[in-house]
Design a protein around this ligand. Structure first.
Ligand SMILES: Nc1ncnc2c1ncn2[C@@H]1O[C@H](COP(=O)(O)OP(=O)(O)OP(=O)(O)O)[C@@H](O)[C@H]1O
Ligand code: SF4
Ligand SMILES: [Mg+2]
Length: 333
């Protein structure tokens, strides 16, 4: 990749222990059980771009997000941000400094705001935590600026979160995220709790802010039509694995992986091209006992014997990757 990778994720894996309590296991003669929420995921995010992760519920998107911002340690694999390894204890000081440059915006703007704090205190918190302004006056001024930047009024700072609508609360979360002058923001379903009409306003705001402050986004959504208007590149996840990564335009024009095709077929035909909309077929299997080989095989129209046995390797071609035997064998035409 020619441009600098701001984030580089390699072979990221996260297991969750979902075993029954010890006594139950002894009595029921059961061994410990692990759920593989994220399995061998690798991707780079280039400075200034929006890299999106899409996939149905439970595919591991939020788990990736939490690991990338350092809220959850990986079981295996590495995350490098500006070439600093998040797990490298010897770089503790540099990592602490970098913390202010990484922020996260969550799905539920109400749950992520302290209901007992006034909005100005909420937005000032990162400024105080990272010691970014000289005194209280400068902090107040900066909070007022941030409220204006996200389309609110500086006087809104005196109010409590419950006095705002869902969209306005998400604006408050964005202001708080911007307070520490971050370079990289992880947005986990930032608009999926909002009304459709408000979603577009928040997405437009995020794009404007990205241009203004040269932000890099990891943008997570289960909704491909939202991702289409936000992302430069898209990674498609299925049961913890990345099955396809492609430039956003290419992914919509020429999806390669059968799962990506299935997701795209379910997106409404907004261009009125006459394409028939097909609902996503089948159910996501239980992630504690995933299918063998390619985990998509029970739902895939192109499955063969090899798919049931062998995990498909990722094949790279023209800046995109895909993990599918049928693509590799040229069976999809
Ligand atoms: N703390 C945990 N303990 C046990 N299992 C977990 C934990 N967190 C997540 N999981 C499981 O890991 C898998 C991936 O979850 P994750 O929340 O990352 O998916 P997601 O793609 O963000 O889904 P959604 O679209 O519903 O937000 C799921 O099967 C989930 O049940
Ligand atoms: S590897 Fe096989 S089962 Fe999996 S998506 Fe490709 S064709 Fe379908
Ligand atoms: Mg999630």
């Amino acid at each position: 990749m020619s441009k600098t990778a701001l984030v580089s994720v390699k072979n990221l894996t996260r297991l969750f222990d979902v075993s029954k309590p010890l006594l139950n296991r002894i009595i029921e003669r059961e061994s410990r059980k692990f759920l593989r929420a994220v399995d061998d995921v690798s991707f780079d995010i280039v400075e200034g771009e929006t890299f999106a992760l899409v996939g149905e519920s439970g595919s591991g998107k939020s788990t990736v997000a939490k690991m990338v911002v350092g809220l959850l340690p990986p079981t295996k694999g590495s995350i490098r941000i500006y070439d600093l390894d998040l797990a490298d204890k010897s770089q503790h000081r540099k990592l602490q400094e970098m913390r202010s440059q990484i922020q996260m915006i969550f799905q539920d703007p109400f749950a992520s705001l302290n209901p007992r704090w006034r909005v100005d205190k909420i937005i000032a918190e990162p400024i105080r935590a990272f010691n970014l302004e000289a005194d209280d006056n400068a902090t107040d001024k900066r909070v007022g600026e941030l409220l204006t930047v996200v389309g609110l009024d500086p006087s809104d700072g005196r109010k409590f979160p419950h006095e705002f609508s869902g969209g306005q609360r998400q604006r408050i979360c964005i202001a708080r995220a911007l307070a520490s002058k971050p370079k990289f923001i992880v947005c986990d379903e930032p608009t999926s709790a909002l009304d459709v009409s408000v979603q577009a306003q928040i997405l437009n705001l995020m794009r404007d802010l990205q241009d203004e402050f040269n932000l890099t986004f990891l943008f997570i959504s289960h909704d491909l039509s939202v991702v289409r208007h936000m992302a430069t590149r898209i990674g498609v996840m299925y049961l913890g694995r990345l099955v396809e990564i492609s430039d956003s335009k290419n992914l919509f024009k020429a999806p390669k992986h059968p799962y990506t095709k299935m997701l795209l077929d379910a997106v409404p035909d907004l261009e009125m091209s006459g394409r028939e909309r097909k609902p996503v077929e089948g159910e996501i299997p239980n992630p504690i006992t995933p299918p063998s080989g390619c985990t998509f095989h029970p739902r895939c129209p192109f499955v063969n014997e090899r798919c049931r046995k062998e995990i498909p390797a990722t094949i790279e071609a023209n800046d995109s990757i895909v993990a599918c035997h049928a693509v590799e064998e040229g069976r999809l035409g």
